[in-house]
Design a protein. Sequence first.
Length: 300
Amino acid sequence: MTDILIIGGGPAGLTAAIYAGRAGKTVTLCEKEGMGGQITHAHLVSNYPGIPEVSGTDLGDRLCAQAMDMGAEVEFTTVTKLTRQEDGTFLAQTEDGTLQARAVIFAGGAKPRTLSLEGEAQLVGNGISYCALCDGAFFSGQDVAVVGGGNSALSDALFLSGLCRTVTLIHRRADFRAEPGLVERAKQTENIRFLTGCTVKTLYGEDHLERLTLENAEGLSCTLEVSGLFVALGRVPDCGLIADFTRLDENGYAMSAEDCGTDTPGLYVAGDCRRKTVRQLTTAVADGTVAATAACGYLG
Ligand code: NAP
C-alpha cells in the first residue's frame, strides 16, 4: 500500500511526486513511456522561469531524479485499470501486477493530434512542432506554415508572424472553427497568408523539414518551401482510466475543482489532462503542486 499513486511521469506527475515526497508521503509513480512526458519533445525549453535554457529530456531527467531523491518509487509500466474499493482505497492494475493506494493523482497528459504522415515522427524537433509557443523562436526570420483551423492554429499563426518571415496557414476547409476575431486579425497581418481547402500530403527533408506538398479537393497539388510546420489540430486527452470516477468535458478532458480534486474523494487530476485554458510546462507543474498538496491534506 502506497499513500499516493501518481499515474503519468510528465512535469505535472513528477512535480506532484516531489511535493508529496517532501510532505512525507509514500509515493509510487507509474509512467508508460519515458520520464518527462511531452516536454521531452522540446529540444530546447526556454520558457521555464529561472532556467533560461534546458533541453526537454534533460529537464525530464532532472525532475525524475528530484522526485526519486524525495523518495518516490518510479515504475515503468502501464496502468491498465483503476478501481476504488469500499474502504476508499484504489487498486491499480498494471502490466506487472497490482498497486494499492490511499489516493491517486492522475497526470496522464494529452497528446497533440498528428497529421499521421510518413516521416512526421522523425521530423519532430527538426522542423515539425506541435507547440508554437515552445519552438517558435527557433524559426526566427524563416518561412513556416501552421496547419489547422481552430483557435490554436490562428493564435499560433499570429504569434509566429511576430518571429518568422512568412507564415502560411493551411486549413482543410474554407470556414474556420476559430473565433472570427482571431481569423480577422490573422487576415490583416501582412506576413500571414491563407491556403484553405488544402491538406498536407507529403513532407520532404532528411535531417530537417525542407518542403511539403499540399493537395486540394480537386486533387491539384502544390509545393510549399518551409523550414517549419506547426501542427495545431487540437489535442487528444486520454482520460479513459478515470472516466468512471469523474466527469469529462465534451473534448474528453477531466473536470476538476480549484484544488484539482475530482468527483471522487481521493482522486486528483493534474496537467494537460485537466480541463483548463492554458496548457504549458509552468501550468503543469503548478497543477502537480496543487494536486499533491490537496492529496496530502486529504490523507491527513
Ligand atoms: P480545435 O478547435 O479542435 O481545432 C482543430 C482544428 O484542426 C480544426 O480546424 C480541424 O479542422 C483541424 N483538424 C483536425 N484534424 C485534422 C486533420 N487530420 N487534418 C487537417 N485538419 C485537421 O483545436 P484547438 O484549436 O487546439 O482548440 C482546442 C480548444 O482550446 C478549443 O476549445 C479552443 O477554443 C481552445 N483554445 C482557445 C484559445 C484562445 O485563445 N481562446 C487558443 C487555443 C485553444 P475542421 O475545423 O475542419 O474540423
